[in-house]
Design a protein around this ligand. Sequence first.
Ligand code: ZN
Length: 139
Amino acid sequence: MRSYRKELWFNVPTRRAFINITNQVEECLRESKIREGLCLVNAMHITASVFINDDESGLHHDYETWLEKLAPHEPVSQYRHNATGEDNGDAHLKRQVMGREVVVAVTDGGLDFGTWERIFYGEFDGRRKKRVLVKIIGE
Ligand code: ZN
């Protein structure tokens, strides 16, 4: 069995953003030379997500609106977590809703996606360097 590991780095200039990382994950898969197996992609921070959905700007706007209704950033004093001196209580909750990781089947050297599926990095507390892990196993 072959095993491949790579960290992708992001430094998002805004507090929140959704970034399509599908091409970067496909590049990892090419580098791995794995043709059949599984590809795990996970955020390595507890205020960021990796998820799969449609690359459609209206949907991303809807996510932003929905997440701000569920866990508004302001007022930061509403979160017990922020009593530690942080201001990212909302980001932890948003990450929980959007998920930590995705696993995609690798078939015939490609990511075996469903219709319109793409992989996204969801940033909820940006403006600093953060990592995503890509781990691919198979043969
Ligand atoms: Zn925090």
